[in-house]
Design a protein around this ligand. Structure first.
Ligand SMILES: Cc1cc2nc3c(=O)[nH]c(=O)nc-3n(C[C@H](O)[C@H](O)[C@H](O)COP(=O)(O)O)c2cc1C
Length: 191
């Protein structure tokens, strides 16, 4: 199986990465293929809602997003992972969610303004969501990811929500044994 993690943190080796790595470590026990994309490296522009992708599924912004979409389509499992920033996802993650959702959602509006939505994402994909932060108020943070997985009809098989990490440099998630074990088990149980 191919597992692709999307890291929405500005840190390539922060707490979000630690949790992704631990899931990967578990997944390696079953020889799954694991890959990570750090959104900080992608330099994605914002969705400007030009509407072109609505017809074709192809985003006309020439910034590598189309190449990235191929990776997304090839993966069996997407790990969508972000720190909490002001009780929401990071800007990197919000931007990625907007680009992914806009380009992959088809909707039709009838004469009574009823909206029918369909997803272009192949139906064999599943998602794992990771959210972590220094407070225990992370429900709002996960919501933008829930919304996009829901409209794109990507079932979420696990949600790893980790409060109270990252307030200082000492509060790293690797010190939380129970959380690390859960992340490892999530990876190991993937089939
Ligand atoms: C701009 C900013 C806003 C933040 N807002 C929140 C927040 O609302 N809730 C929270 O729990 N943590 C918040 N944090 C803390 C980070 O989520 C936390 O340090 C996290 O562990 C960083 O993840 P990383 O190591 O993967 O980058 C914020 C951090 C920054 C820089």
């Amino acid at each position: 199986m191919k597992i692709l993690a999307i890291n929405g943190s500005p840190h390539k080796d922060g707490n979000t990465f630690t949790l992704i790595s631990e899931i990967f470590r578990g997944a390696c026990e079953n020889n799954h293929q694991c890959e990570i994309v750090h959104l900080v490296d992608l330099h994605l522009n914002y969705c400007n809602w030009c509407g072109e992708c609505y017809e074709t599924g192809v985003c006309p912004i020439n910034d590598g997003f189309q190449e990235h979409l191929k990776q997304l389509f090839e993966a069996d499992i997407l790990i969508v992972a972000t720190p909490s920033f002001n009780r929401s996802v990071t800007g990197y993650m919000k931007n990625w969610l907007d680009r992914f959702c806009t380009s992959q959602l088809i909707y039709e509006v009838d004469e009574l303004k009823n909206v029918t939505k369909r997803s272009r994402v192949p139906s064999d994909k599943k998602a794992i969501i990771i959210v972590q932060g220094c407070t225990d108020l992370l429900q709002e943070t996960i919501e933008p990811i829930n919304v996009v997985m829901d409209v794109l009809e990507i079932p979420v098989i696990e949600r790893l929500i980790v409060p109270k990490v990252g307030l200082t440099e000492e509060d790293t998630v690797d010190k939380k044994e129970d959380v690390m074990l859960r992340a490892f088990e999530i990876g190991r149980n993937l089939s």
